[in-house]
Design a protein around this ligand. Structure first.
Ligand code: URA
Length: 262
């Protein structure tokens, strides 16, 4: 690990907020390698230096936390302070733990949202090479026809790339189950719009093997160690440890149309 400011390291250890950590340092409560340190900007390496606050040694890394939230409509997936309704504020964590959302759901989309302070985990879940599928239930403004399903399965261009669902099925008159893998912004809404369907309600119900289940709207639960480990499909690494891209699922020939973004 590279050097960081002493105040940041203390805050990241979950002992105090950044500001309170600075005050602790000014007050003479912190030592680095046995010497009192009263300058919050002092650069330290938490993996090498012995840092103590109030005589207690810091563990080098903040505790990693992982939550599944049932995001309500109206909440933003952002850490920017100017937003009044943020998904991160629905989970109370210890000071010094900086939560962020794993990917984004639109403000008007509800459902399963993972929040963590583990950047490595978040990147692996979000990156398309991880092959993690996301499942959505979409209520639309009209009866879904066979033609809608065909158009949906062809996909559309989102953010300059042609995306198509991994799976799409009609589960009720005006309700669809859509599985995607790409993770582009508004992709499900864009695909539905391209098929001539307006979204009444969009809810994410699964990320990989993790299901929303019975978490009430606006509430959350901690992920178990097994759920965290099972997030990554086993085919991601072969026996030599090198990563492989998951195979793309082929659509039936009758449903394949030339890409329009070429
Ligand atoms: N696709 C969308 O269109 N919206 C979301 O919130 C997530 C995926």
């Amino acid at each position: 690990m590279t050097k960081q400011r002493l105040s940041k390291v203390i805050a990241m250890a979950g002992i105090a907020s950044r500001r309170a950590a600075e005050q602790l340092i000014f007050d003479g409560a912190a030592t680095v390698n046995g010497k009192k340190e009263i300058v919050p900007q002092t650069m330290v390496d938490p993996l090498v230096d012995i840092i103590e606050v109030g005589g207690k040694r810091l563990t080098s890394q903040p505790k990693k936390v992982y939550y599944a939230l049932n995001k309500p409509v109206g909440y933003h997936c952002t850490n920017a302070a100017e937003f009044r309704y943020r998904a991160i504020d629905l989970i109370k964590v210890s000071p010094g733990i900086r939560l962020f959302t794993v990917g984004r759901l639109d403000k008007d989309t509800s459902g399963l949202l993972i929040l963590t302070n583990d950047g490595h985990f978040a990147n692996r879940v979000m990156h398309p090479s991880g092959g993690i599928k996301k499942e959505y239930i979409a209520k639309v403004d009209q009866e879904v026809t066979h033609d809608h399903l065909v158009t949906l399965s062809e996909g559309c261009v989102v953010e300059g790339a042609h995306v198509r669902p991994q799976r799409v099925s009609k589960i009720r008159r005006s309700t669809l189950r859509i599985v995607v893998q790409e993770g582009r912004r508004h992709e499900v809404r864009e695909m539905l719009a391209a098929a001539g369907l307006n979204v009444i309600e969009l809810k994410r119900v699964k990320v990989g093997d993790l299901a929303l289940g019975t978490i009430p709207v606006g509430e959350f639960r901690t992920l178990t160690a097994t759920e965290i480990a099972r997030m990554f499909p086993p085919q991601e690494e072969d026996s030599e440890g090198s990563s492989r891209k998951p195979r793309r699922k082929m659509l039936p020939r009758s449903q394949v149309k030339k890409r329009s973004d070429g």
